[in-house]
Write a protein that binds this ligand. Structure first.
Ligand code: GLU
Length: 424
């Protein structure tokens, strides 16, 4: 890889450009020297692997896999593993960088990483997914471990995937190593409260954002894009807090109820049908229209790059809470900010997942399980502290929440780097 000039981020388009632009704004604010900017702009380690899969029909298919460790100054690398045909090296680089900032922002002792395989999980049997996961794990084995790099679920992966990674890793070591992954099944050392942690954090900051703008939850409305690992429980928890959730969507469609959706009936429908589409308690909605609905809070909780220069002018919500990583492009961010929309940035809004991943890792390493109430209390405490840190920094320096969150995170990573010094 060639050196990156601080004035000239890698021009790839997509999430990496957004991540580099956010970093550039933070280092400009912090008056960070160009050499340190270059260091933060480049991932520390990247591993690209070919992952051969023996298909159920006996043929062989080969998929590209990646693991990128962006920064290791604050501790072992940490971040999810994504299965999606949209996965490529630049996407994984961006997601790894965001993990570095996220971990620093909520003060968990990790650097940032991300992995992915360019595969559509819905096109594969459980057996194929297990084989591809085990082979990918064996390919990245030299750079993962409980003290090196700890994968977790992300789009297209789940607790089963983590169990296979843990088993493959442990088998090669000859003993069980629960701390090599987080987001494991509870019976294998997973943490109580991990499955809903990201959603809980999203709902928590959404409610804090509402109260900071003087809006009562019971008078507020929301739309949630994505009804999976993050959006589903975020919609439920917002609803339980009194917010009227008027629309939700998933990859197959969107549904809208002007007086608010019955989230528990909708969830039962999704359990039966596998999609929100066809829910009889709502009207169908064009998925793109969800983003511009007349609601107070918009929660994009699906994939990156959904709020763009093409739809940002039409967003009616006054608060955007980024449940997904990187849902707002740089251009959309500027438009929304100019229009006075409050954006709670991804590295804060969806940090609940990695916070409870950290708790799970601590529990795994100590072979001791915490009570769910303890997990929830500690999660809430860290989300509240993260929110206050960002709001205070934004206020003190006249920055947006995203600028403040990135600057604060980058300053913490730089502080760790400076204290450790440069070897040799
Ligand atoms: N994939 C999640 C994220 O993007 C969780 C990462 C983790 O727990 O390590 O934050």
């Amino acid at each position: 890889m060639t050196a990156i000039s601080s004035a000239d981020p890698i021009p790839t388009g997509g999430p990496l450009d957004d991540a580099q632009a956010q970093l550039a704004a933070a280092v400009a604010h912090l008056k960070c020297p160009p050499g340190l900017h270059e260091m933060l702009a480049m991932p520390r380690r990247e591993l690209q692997v070919a992952v051969p899969l023996r298909r159920d029909d006996g043929t062989t298919a080969v998929y590209s896999g990646y693991r990128v460790q962006h920064n290791l100054s604050r501790g072992p690398a940490k971040g999810g593993l994504r299965y999606s045909t949209a996965v490529d090296l630049d996407e994984v680089r961006a997601l790894a960088m965001w993990m570095s900032w996220k971990c620093a922002l909520v003060d968990v002792p990790y650097g940032g990483a991300k992995g992915g395989i360019a595969i559509e999980p819905r096109d594969h049997s459980d057996g194929e997914l297990e084989r591809v996961t085990r082979r990918y794990t064996s390919e990245i084995l030299p750079i993962i471990g409980p003290d090196m790099d700890i994968p977790a679920p992300d789009i297209g992966t789940d607790e089963r995937t983590m169990a296979w990674i843990m088993d493959t890793y442990s088998t090669t070591k000859g003993y069980t190593v629960p701390g090599v992954v987080t987001g494991k099944p509870i019976s294998l050392g997973g943490s109580l409260g991990r499955a809903t942690a990201t959603s809980r954090g999203v709902a928590h900051v959404a409610l804090m954002a509402l109260s900071s703008t003087g809006m009562e939850a019971s008078k507020a409305s929301a739309a949630v894009q994505g009804f999976g690992k993050v959006g589903r429980d975020a919609a439920r928890l917002l609803n339980e807090a009194g917010v009227s959730v008027k629309a939700v969507s998933d990859v197959d469609g969107a549904v809208f109820a002007p007086d608010g959706l019955d989230i528990s009936r909708l969830s039962a429908h999704v359990d039966r049908e596998g999609t929100v589409s066809g829910f009889d308690g709502a009207e169908p909605l064009a998925p793109a229209d969800l983003l511009t609905l007349d609601v107070d809070v918009l929660v994009p909780a699906a994939i990156e790059g959904v709020l763009t220069e093409h739809n940002a002018h039409d967003v009616q919500a006054s608060i955007v809470v980024e449940g997904a990583n990187g849902p707002t492009t740089q251009a959309a961010d500027e438009i929304l900010t100019t229009r006075g929309v409050t954006i709670v940035p991804d590295i804060l809004a969806n940090a609940g997942g990695v916070i409870v991943s950290y708790f799970e890792w601590v529990q795994s390493n100590q072979a001791y399980q915490w009570r769910e109430a303890e997990v929830r209390d500690r999660l809430e405490e860290r989300m509240t502290r993260g929110w206050r840190d960002v709001a205070d920094y934004a206020g003190a320096h006249s920055l947006t929440y995203r600028e403040a969150a990135t600057a604060l995170s980058v300053s913490r990573v730089l502080e760790a780097h400076k204290l450790r010094g440069l070897y040799p």
